[in-house]
Design a protein around this ligand. Structure first.
Ligand code: SAH
Ligand code: SF4
Length: 343
């Protein structure tokens, strides 16, 4: 129904054309970008330095709706908050705001639901609804920035597989790093993928390559296929090749994410296999304790299990980061984002 261009989708050049076509001076471009990406105001009615007629034209000709907040929950310390956002067609996504002592991280979704069905992930269990549009991705960032008053680091680790939606991810990345829009340094943006080789290559060749995190979770093909059905389509070797290319082309250090599932993927052999892959790619490892959710088939690892695994990695010279269970208590931890279906 809504065929209007979205106000967050126009590039600075398109804004130039839009204002020229409306007989407006070119400095309006800076003004509108200031409203949208510094003041985080998308409603033309609030753009007080524009004439009434101009505000009316903007409202009538463009789609100015942001994702609507339909719920939120914070952990007891108030440092992690999960926002439930309802999109124009009723699809629901979730975004997470983390406050690390005044420095913020935004965890954003790229799809409503996810088609990849990883067995340890609440989003994957819930099925797939649809891809997000670019403005629904930037809309989450504008929404979170409005709440905390600043644009935080952005991690594409919310719902969905970013590299299955490059059609929206790439324009959103452009808006993120464009100095006249969200102006985030590339170092402050990370895309996490379950391992889509074509998407990894496409991202590597894109003008603005972000940090890349590969969700590995097992160094063994058979086990990885059990945990992540996508591994049957794109086996490890193909994925690791594409990651090697990414590191080579972009010069960026990769991150390997490893969700520790108690008693499942935490053996010494798995640690050694992971260390070999990290060495091959020159990658860091992020160990994440499994965040449980209702009807989950796995358990979090024991403390000793994590320590033993970590120590093998470190003996092999791997740089290990351990993500603590931020947001887990409120269902805002990795893999706990489940509110995907339309109401
Ligand atoms: N689809 C992408 C990005 C979103 S998932 C991907 O898979 O990489 C973001 C991260 O959360 C991934 O590393 C994913 O494996 C991890 N994750 C999923 N379910 C989890 C759970 N139950 N506990 C901890 N981490 C989980
Ligand atoms: Fe999708 Fe990532 Fe969850 Fe797997 S872990 S189901 S790829 S969101």
């Amino acid at each position: 129904m809504d065929k209007k261009q979205h106000i967050l989708r126009l590039t600075p050049r398109q804004w130039q054309e839009w204002f020229a076509a409306h007989g407006e001076p070119s400095y309006r471009v800076d003004q509108v970008l200031d409203w949208l990406y510094r003041k985080m105001v998308a409603d033309p009615g609030e753009m007080t330095n524009f004439s009434k007629e101009l505000r009316r034209s903007l409202s009538q000709e463009l789609d100015c709706k942001l994702p609507e907040m339909s719920g939120n929950v914070s952990d007891s310390g108030g440092t992690t908050s999960k926002y439930r956002l309802t999109l124009h067609d009723g699809a629901v996504i979730e975004s997470v705001l983390m406050d690390q002592g005044g420095r913020y991280s935004f965890c954003v979704s790229t799809q409503a639901g996810c088609p990849l069905g990883c067995t340890f992930c609440a989003t994957g269990r819930g099925g797939f609804v649809r891809d997000l549009f670019p403005e629904e991705i930037t809309g989450q960032i504008v929404h979170l920035a409005r709440i905390c008053g600043a644009v935080g680091n952005v991690v594409f680790m919310g719902m969905g597989e970013p590299l299955l939606n490059t059609g929206a991810l790439l324009p959103a990345l452009e808006a993120l790093v464009d100095p006249s829009r969200l102006a985030l340094g590339l170092r402050r943006v990370t895309v996490s993928t379950a391992g889509i080789p074509d998407g990894i290559r496409q991202l590597a060749r894109h003008g603005t390559p972000p940090g890349l995190a590969l969700s590995l979770h097992s160094p063994f093909d058979a086990q990885r296929s059990d945990l992540m059905p996508v591994n049957r389509r794109y086996p490890l070797e193909e994925v690791l090749d594409a990651c090697g290319e990414y590191a080579g082309l972009t010069g960026r250090t990769l991150m390997l994410e490893y969700v520790m599932l108690g008693g499942v993927n935490t053996s010494p052999e798995a640690a050694r296999g992971l260390a070999r892959i990290a060495a091959r790619l020159g990658a860091k490892v992020n160990l994440i304790a499994f965040n449980s959710f209702e009807a989950a088939d796995y358990a979090p690892p024991e403390r000793g299990e994590v320590a033993a695994f970590r120590s093998i990695l470190e003996k092999q010279g791997v740089l290990v980061i351990q993500r603590y269970r931020r947001g887990a208590g409120i269902g805002a931890g990795c893999g706990q984002l489940a509110g995907a279906g339309p109401k």
